[in-house]
Design a protein around this ligand. Sequence first.
Ligand SMILES: NC(=O)c1ccc[n+]([C@@H]2O[C@H](COP(=O)([O-])OP(=O)(O)OC[C@H]3O[C@@H](n4cnc5c(N)ncnc54)[C@H](OP(=O)(O)O)[C@@H]3O)[C@@H](O)[C@H]2O)c1
Length: 342
Amino acid sequence: MSKIKAGIINVTGYIGIELARLLYQHPEVALKSITGRSAAGQKLGEAFPHLGNIDQVIKADIDSDVDVVFSAMPHKSSVDVVPSLLAQNIKAIDLSADFRLKDANEYPKWYGFTHPLPDLLPEAIYGLPEIHEKEIASARLIANPGCYSVSAILALAPAVKEAIISPEIIIDSKSGVSGAGRALTLTTHYAETNENAFAYSVEGHRHLPEIEQELRTLNPELALSITFVPHLVPMTRGILTTCYAPLKDSNLAKEELQQLYRDFYKNAPFVHIADNPPQTKYTRGNNFCIIYPTIDLRTNRLIVISCLDNLIKGGAGQAVQNMNLMFNLPQPAGLESLAIYP
Ligand SMILES: NC(=O)c1ccc[n+]([C@@H]2O[C@H](COP(=O)([O-])OP(=O)(O)OC[C@H]3O[C@@H](n4cnc5c(N)ncnc54)[C@H](OP(=O)(O)O)[C@@H]3O)[C@@H](O)[C@H]2O)c1
């Protein structure tokens, strides 16, 4: 089979840079075209010295001679570039939130804009292979999930689908600073984040509607009531999420719960059900989501802890996993690297 010709729009953000690293090393991909506003005209390895060997030139516009394009644009901007890709028969994997929500009415509330292409939303497939594997394989437009959303949905999906919990769910997440992107802001500069930790978007974070949308699809009967509170912690990458919900059956044993999770993810190559609480360094730089489900016996409450790398399973790696499915490749192709430790 000839190699998949891939392009990246906006290589100058953290997600775009990670996509370039992963796609360059992918055995079945030829990275053909990359764009980046502030680095146009430079070679990739010049603009980003950790990619020193790659002498491909960053351009202002994407070439049309590609099979698939990854858009790593900010939300509200991706929706401007995706339609022209589809019109040229190029498959599109969008890493922004512009196609994640099925209900166009949610965009003004959560993202502050009226969606200009509501008719395209039903066609976009939410790019979580553990839940939508078949639809992803035949899609031409993928809405890659948000980083917090992946950690929360994967942690809760088995419990929601099997209805072992009451619907009052609490999701508590901690993220490294790269989750906020590469652009400079006061909240993310060193003196503000180093040796500091804080909650934000407490009354409602943007990833909440997609978490609700996907969990509802898994079990429409469960009247979900979710509180989600994200925190910023002083690390570069990684997300640690802890979810809590009352268990319906007070006789459920921890071993049964863990077996239920193992069965649910038996065909998911990038989900690992662990015997102990995972740590963010277990997934630093790789495409795994590690999940530890357990029971607080005193309160009969489900506790599920998950961790992943926000830039890989929470972003660029997930997008490559989706591309593999779209081009009939094994899901792990090009994604088999181990985590970096310490
Ligand atoms: N960071 C994560 O952990 C993560 C995870 C999952 C998904 N995502 C999503 O992936 C997309 C990229 O995220 P990121 O973290 O890589 O972003 P980022 O690092 O903040 O990238 C921002 C860069 O995008 C460029 N850009 C191009 N067009 C722009 C425009 N119209 N407005 C503002 N900036 C523009 C700018 O670089 P130039 O000046 O060079 O154009 C800017 O520095 C976003 O939609 C984000 O929500 C991010």
